[in-house]
Design a protein around this ligand. Structure first.
Ligand SMILES: CC(C)(COP(=O)(O)OP(=O)(O)OC[C@H]1O[C@@H](n2cnc3c(N)ncnc32)[C@H](O)[C@@H]1OP(=O)(O)O)[C@@H](O)C(=O)NCCC(=O)NCCS
Length: 177
């Protein structure tokens, strides 16, 4: 099992994975065009030449990024893939110097296990006035907003149990607002 950046040859499998959950209204659907255009955002988990999971880090502002399209195939859930994909995105956020990463989700308890905490959606102005306006759920969005904030002044505490090749060294401790 390997966490890596997505390739164009992964995109159809990624779309199938995401859109199966979207049909059950667990997440938003993504078009192929949208996925190809945002391929640089995407990490995948590959095992046995199959895509078992995907997750995107989408940078919105100098200090704000969003976790999008986190999905793990049903037959692989509960094996740590979601945690590893999220860890890869958080590490990338840190590399880009982005200190706040949020998600809109029905799985807030999963995110809280990963160091996120609840936040009022109104505190995410770039998100609300940008992508949300184009979202089919706007303005009736019932997803929870969760955020994880980093402080470079503090030492590593991130996801020590994450046994993947995504190294978390240099990752800063989180300060919740
Ligand atoms: C939510 C999801 C991404 C979790 O991925 P996963 O690979 O099954 O999760 P992991 O195995 O990495 O679990 C990591 C930890 O979170 C916990 N966890 C997993 N899903 C959870 C949930 N829904 N609620 C609370 N805790 C959860 C696990 O028990 C594990 O805890 P541990 O470290 O104490 O053992 C996956 O269930 C999924 O794809 N769901 C459908 C799509 C979806 O809702 N995506 C979220 C869109 S934002």
């Amino acid at each position: 099992m390997r966490i890596r950046k997505a390739k164009t040859s992964d995109i159809k499998q990624i779309q199938k994975l995401i859109n199966e959950f979207a049909k059950k209204e667990q997440m938003l659907p993504r078009s192929l065009n949208d996925l190809y255009e945002s391929i640089r955002d995407l990490f995948v988990c590959e095992a046995d030449e199959r895509i078992k999971g995907a997750c995107a880090l989408h940078i919105l502002w100098d200090d704000l990024a969003e976790i999008r399209s986190l999905a793990v195939s049903e037959d692989s859930q509960g094996t740590g893939i979601g945690k590893r994909l999220l860890a890869a995105c958080l590490k990338e956020a840190e590399q880009f110097g982005v200190k706040r990463v949020f998600a809109l989700t029905y799985q807030s308890e999963f995110f809280k296990k990963m160091g996120f905490s609840d936040i009022d959606k109104s505190k995410l102005p770039q998100k609300i006035w940008g992508d949300c306006l184009r979202c089919p759920r706007f303005p009736e969005c019932d997803e929870d907003a969760v955020i994880r904030e980093f402080s470079r002044a503090k030492p590593l505490t991130c996801i020590k149990s994450c046994n993947s090749e995504i190294e978390m060294s240099g990752f800063a401790e989180i300060e919740m607002s």
